[in-house]
Design a protein around this ligand. Structure first.
Ligand code: 9D3
Length: 250
């Protein structure tokens, strides 16, 4: 799988590609990430890639022509396979279903904008998909591109140590994850002793599974009731789940 990233800030990507559980996948080329510094495709002596917006207003607009030269260079190198994705606050918000879809694909060309945005004529001519990280304002598309790379790469075979890790992820079953505990069994604090929930020490696997399921259901019902409705609509809630949810004081 190959991703070609067109960006004004290629240096932002390097440290992410060299750390964590995803590092091997990038280093081995299992997920081949190639960076295309947009500045190299500027034309004039000032290496201009942006200019003032027609109609006036604040901020700058990224120019069509350097972007088209960069895209042509990418296509010449990788062929025409894969979608052109533009990261934009007006795009569709990324979710785990998108990560799974991309994880089984051939990769993509990732276009990271800066300034107020990109000339609409470039977007209309070349972009297949616009994606957002969420409803908050960033200064560019690089962090959203890194989020996509990370979410897709951790789903590649062999990247997670435990093959079951992503079945248990938040969102893989559509619910938020349960709380986790490790040593010590009792944490002594100024405010008193904080024991691990007893059921987790019981060795009783069915009870542990039920406890974790109920904590997930409770947390999701309180914090993300929209996800409970979606799980119910998919038929992902058992009769026992529904009885537990009905018992919660909302
Ligand atoms: C005057 C309107 N502008 C500021 C609110 C619009 C605007 C343009 C460009 C806002 C942010 C940006 C830069 N952001 C991105 O390129 C971006 C982004 C984001 O800001 N939030 C969530 N997801 C994304 S994906 C790309």
């Amino acid at each position: 799988m190959r991703f070609d990233v067109i960006t004004l800030f290629p240096d932002l990507f390097e440290p992410f590609l060299k750390q964590g559980v995803t590092r091997r996948a990038y280093a081995s080329g299992q997920v081949d990430v190639r960076l295309w510094p947009l500045r190299e495709h500027a034309e004039d002596n000032y290496r201009r890639v942006d200019d003032r917006p027609y109609g006036g207003g604040p901020g700058m607009v990224m120019l069509v022509e350097p972007l088209e030269r960069a895209l042509a260079a990418v296509w010449a190198d990788r062929g025409l396979a894969g979608p052109v994705i533009h990261f934009s606050p007006t795009g569709r918000v990324m979710d785990q279903a998108l990560m799974r879809e991309m994880a089984s694909g051939e990769g993509a060309i990732l276009l990271c904008g800066r300034y107020e945005g990109i000339d609409q004529r470039f977007l209309d001519r070349h972009v297949d998909l616009e994606l957002s990280l969420g409803d908050f304002v960033l200064s560019g598309g690089e962090l959203p591109a890194l989020a996509l790379l990370d979410g897709v790469t951790r789903l590649q075979p062999g990247v997670l140590h435990d093959a079951r890790s992503h079945e248990q992820d938040s969102f893989e079953d559509g619910l938020l994850d349960c709380p986790h505990y490790s040593r010590p069994e009792v944490l002594h604090t100024e405010a008193g002793d904080l024991p691990v929930p007893a059921v987790l020490l019981s060795g009783h696997h069915a009870q542990i599974e039920r406890w974790r399921r109920e904590r997930s259901l409770e947390l999701t019902a309180r914090r993300r009731p929209d996800l409970i409705l979606a799980a119910r609509a998919r038929g992902a809630l058992s009769a026992a789940d529904e009885r537990f949810l009905a018992s919660l004081v909302v």
